[in-house]
Design a protein around this ligand. Structure first.
Ligand SMILES: C[S@@+](CC[C@H](N)C(=O)[O-])C[C@H]1O[C@@H](n2cnc3c(N)ncnc32)[C@H](O)[C@@H]1O
Length: 255
């Protein structure tokens, strides 16, 4: 069946890594930092829904937004197969409005990297601030400039699900522009099943921001107060305690 080999399915298998621990941490943050009960959550750039599905399993009422219609349709089918529902929307994270405001928003796997200019990042923060209720949270992760040289720029791994093997290669930091902080990411997914091989290639631009630059943008956007940031998905991993953080996980609260 062709849909079995579609790119969202391959992506979902290849990148099903630390998702369980990430969701655990998100739920911890909802309880620890929100000034309201978190029940309704928006997953921004939800992709194939690794976090959205797990949060729905835990009883949160989920909304999802992604620019890719293919991803949203894939996720609709995943939710329906589990007898669950969610408000899933094809849309742009720099300019969206929800039917129902949420108690928390998340944006995972450095999806904000798709925002290639300060203007886009500002528009995004303002759009999220409109969608989150007062006292609610916005939590997202970003790669850090300290990961520009270490670890290496490309990774390869493989995963098996049933009779399907997915081999993935991912490379970041190609053609880094030191002024715009924009670079190219390349991904290759190879699916092998029943002796058939299919290859899916994707390439897109991404941008890194520096922590203090991000803080300034958050202040400039208005709407959110900074709460805390982490270098991983554990409560004790406060960003300042790491000498070589590869990611920052940022928690903001709606004013
Ligand atoms: C790295 S994937 C992450 C997906 C998911 N959050 C995860 O953790 O697996 C980035 C996602 O951002 C989406 N995306 C890119 N630009 C976007 C935009 N302007 N608005 C909304 N989604 C966007 C892509 O379609 C893709 O699904």
């Amino acid at each position: 069946m062709k849909s079995q080999y579609s790119a969202p399915r391959l992506y979902e298998i290849a990148f099903d890594m630390n998702r369980k621990a990430e969701v655990e941490f998100l739920v911890h943050c909802f309880r620890r930092y929100a000034r309201r009960r978190v029940s309704r959550v928006l997953d921004i750039a939800c992709g194939t829904g690794p976090h959205l599905i797990r949060l729905a399993d835990r009883g949160f009422r989920m909304s999802g937004l992604d620019l890719s219609r293919e991803n949203i349709e894939f996720l609709c089918r995943r939710l329906a197969a589990k007898g669950q529902a969610g408000e899933l929307v094809v849309g742009d994270m720099t300019d969206f409005r929800l039917r129902h405001p949420v108690d928390a928003a998340i944006c995972m796997q450095d999806s904000q990297g798709h925002l290639l200019t300060n203007a886009q990042l500002l528009a995004h923060l303002r759009a999220v601030a409109r969608a989150v209720k007062r006292g609610g949270l916005y939590i997202f992760d970003r790669y850090m400039a300290s990961s520009w040289t270490n670890p290496a720029r490309s990774w390869s791994w493989s995963r098996r699900r049933g009779g399907l093997i997915v081999r993935a290669s991912f490379s970041a930091l190609n053609d880094v522009n030191p002024v715009t902080q924009v670079f190219r990411e390349r991904m290759l997914l190879e699916a092998i099943e029943n002796g058939t091989r299919r290859v899916y290639r994707q390439s897109h631009l991404s941008r890194m921001v520096f922590p203090q630059e991000l803080r300034a943008m958050i202040d400039l956007a208005g709407g959110f107060e900074f709460v805390e940031w982490f270098f991983g998905f554990k409560p004790h991993q406060i960003l300042e305690r790491s000498k070589h953080p590869l990611i920052m996980v940022v928690v903001l609260r709606k004013k």
